[in-house]
Write a protein of this length. Structure first.
Length: 179
C-alpha cells in the first residue's frame, strides 16, 4: 500500500537537482596575441548514472549540451560537438544519443583584445537525466587564463596564425552564435 509519505518522498527525490556536471576549459596555448584565434577544449564530466543529451539532440524536445561564450570579452567562434552514445531513457521507445562520463568538446575562441593576463570563459547549458527522469536545465561556467600579448604589427603573420588554428580545428556539427 502506497502511503502519502512514500509518495511525497518519491516526488521530492525526482524533483531534486542532481549535482552539476564539472566543466573545464583548456586552451591549446597559454599565451596569444590580442584577437588571435586559439583552439581549446571544453571538458564536461557527468556523475555516474547521469547523462546529458548530445548536440544536436535525437529529438527536438530534448535539451542538448550547448557551449557559448561566458562573458562579453570571450568569443566562441566554432564548436565541434562529438557524437553521443545511445542510451535507453525512461519513457522513450528508442535509444537517445547522450553524453555520459567525460566528454571533450573542441572549440575555437577569439582571445580578448586587452593585453596582460586575461580570462577566457565559456558557459555550458545542460539538462542532466538518469534512466528514469530528467532534472531542470542548468548552466555551468569554466574559465582559462591566457597571457595576451600586443597585436603584432605584421598583420599577415597574425592572419596566418588564425588560418593555422582554423585548419587544425575539427570542424563543427554546429556553428554557434550564442545559446
Amino acid at each position: 500500500m502506497i502511503t502519502l509519505t512514500s509518495l511525497l518522498a518519491a516526488t521530492v527525490l525526482n524533483t531534486a537537482q542532481a549535482d552539476a556536471p564539472t566543466v573545464s576549459l583548456t586552451l591549446n596555448s597559454p599565451e596569444a596575441e590580442a584577437g588571435q584565434l586559439v583552439p581549446g577544449t571544453v571538458t564536461v564530466t557527468f556523475a555516474p548514472g547521469l547523462h546529458g543529451y548530445q548536440n544536436p539532440p535525437s529529438e527536438d524536445y530534448m535539451i542538448p549540451v550547448a557551449v557559448s561564450a561566458g562573458s562579453e570579452a570571450s568569443k566562441v567562434l566554432l564548436i565541434s560537438y562529438p557524437d553521443g552514445v545511445p542510451a535507453t531513457v525512461g519513457g522513450e521507445t528508442k535509444p537517445a544519443m547522450t553524453y555520459e562520463g567525460t566528454v571533450e568538446i573542441p572549440v575555437l575562441v577569439r582571445i580578448p583584445s586587452e593585453g596582460g593576463e586575461q580570462m577566457v570563459s565559456v558557459s555550458v547549458r545542460y539538462q542532466q537525466c538518469n534512466e528514469s527522469a530528467c532534472f531542470p536545465p542548468g548552466r555551468a561556467k569554466a574559465e582559462a587564463k591566457v597571457m595576451v600579448k600586443a597585436k603584432s604589427s605584421m598583420g599577415a603573420i597574425a592572419k596566418g596564425r588564425d588560418l593555422t588554428a582554423i585548419s587544425q580545428f575539427r570542424f563543427p556539427t554546429k556553428v554557434d552564435g550564442s545559446n
